[in-house]
Design a protein around this ligand. Structure first.
Ligand code: CMP
Length: 139
């Protein structure tokens, strides 16, 4: 089925002017950008977005990194969008990511790993609603 997922182009990628490069790989994987905006996340926004990780040892560093520069938040649409996006992103740690994936191509480290993508349809809906009003999404 055609579904939606949520994506973030992270500060390591915007800093290196890779918004287009990442988006091209998403599009070539069969995903369509149906909403997109470049934002500077606040600390509160980043903490809320990653609340599920708040007990993890990397939480504070993760939040600091995500507010260290602009990000591009996007809604992506396509056949099995969550899985399609996870496949093109590659493993969280670029050292484990397959050839041809976004993280293998662009990521610097497990933290500065260029992209975030939702891990389920349920979380995709929550994450999309965290950053976008319904009328900002044009399919
Ligand atoms: P993301 O999909 O945005 O979700 C949580 C993020 O935490 C993850 O991508 C990684 O970039 C980041 N992170 C930093 N350190 C770790 C770690 N040791 N294990 C897992 N994720 C980590």
């Amino acid at each position: 089925a055609v579904t939606r997922t949520f994506s973030i182009i992270k500060p390591d990628a915007t800093r290196r002017n890779l918004t287009g490069g990442v988006t091209k790989m998403l599009e070539e994987a069969g995903l369509r950008v149906v909403a997109s905006k470049r934002i500077q996340m606040t600390q509160e926004q980043a903490e809320g977005f990653y609340a599920v990780h708040k007990e993890r040892p990397f939480f504070n560093d993760l939040v600091s990194f995500m507010i260290s520069g602009p990000v591009v938040v996007q809604v992506l649409e396509g056949e099995d969008a969550v899985k399609r996006n996870r496949d093109v992103m590659g493993a969280t740690n670029p050292a484990d990511a397959a050839e041809g994936t976004i993280r293998k191509t662009y990521a610097e480290s497990i933290e500065a790993n260029s992209v975030h993508g939702s891990d389920s349809d349920e979380n995709a809906a929550i994450e999309i609603a965290y950053f976008f009003k319904p009328e900002e999404i044009v399919g």
